[in-house]
Design a protein around this ligand. Structure first.
Ligand code: PEP
Ligand code: MN
Length: 228
């Protein structure tokens, strides 16, 4: 955690994300460290003065994640878990709501309403790729969602090209496309030794790739009259 926090911070990242409760497709793969993982994240976030985010998969986990982290993530698989959304709406920490892999933009925005209508107005939407007939990539990142969502709502939109394409060498290209299309923030998975990663190593950027990408994003942002 500490090694990655240093890389994130040095490279210009502004939020540190780590999964303590992992929604894995297989029950036999690493499921996360649970509360112990949240404690590591909190400790390292405080040490490196960087806000933290982690996923809650159940109503019970919302309390724990909001206790230790600055932002609560609702993952793609839980976008229509209405009890979970309501619980996120009842607590005060901002929420990152990921789009489901088979969720329409309308359904996704209605899910955001579940959080908003409980009194939490700090919701960020996150496009992370949808499932199409294409199998050459892990998912199909729906860049269309950026202008469409921006027209329909004032909520910020975060783009996740790591899950969106799922292939390390192509993540930087898609990250730049996300910024060009108007993303408010970009979520990137990073690992210093991706072959040792317990989850999503194939889509995790190496530290040097991440640093190079951020410097390119800065140039691109300038051309678009924006700042990162
Ligand atoms: C994640 O953010 O690492 C994650 C599990 O993503 P998603 O819910 O989009 O699959
Ligand atoms: Mn992941």
């Amino acid at each position: 955690m500490e090694e990655i926090a240093k890389i994130v911070k040095d490279g210009g990242g502004t939020i540190l994300r780590g999964g303590a409760y992992k929604p894995r497709s297989s029950p036999y793969t690493f499921q996360g460290l649970g509360e112990k993982g949240l404690k590591y994240l909190q400790e390292i976030g405080a040490k490196y003065k960087i806000p933290t985010i982690s996923e809650a998969m159940s109503v019970d986990q919302v309390k724990l994640v909001s206790k230790y982290c600055d932002i609560v993530q609702v993952g793609a698989r839980n976008v229509q878990n209405y009890d979970l959304l309501k619980a996120c709406g009842k607590q005060k920490k901002p929420v990152l709501l990921k789009r489901g892999m088979a969720t329409t933009i309308k359904e996704w925005l209605l899910s955001a309403e579940y959080i908003l209508s409980e009194g939490n107005s700090n919701v960020m939407l996150c496009e992370r790729g949808i499932r199409t007939f294409e199998t050459a990539t892990r998912f199909t990142l729906d860049l269309n969602a950026i202008p469409v969502v921006k027209k329909l709502t004032h909520l910020p939109i975060v783009l996740d090209p790591s899950h969106g394409i799922g292939i390390r060498e192509h993540v930087p290209t898609m990250a730049k496309a996300c910024l060009a299309a108007g993303a408010d923030a970009i979520a990137l998975e990073i690992h210093p030794r991706p072959e040792e990663a317990l989850s999503d190593g194939a889509q995790s950027l190496l530290p040097d790739q991440y640093k190079k990408l951020v410097s390119e994003l800065k140039v691109l942002a300038k051309a678009l009259n924006r700042e990162i």
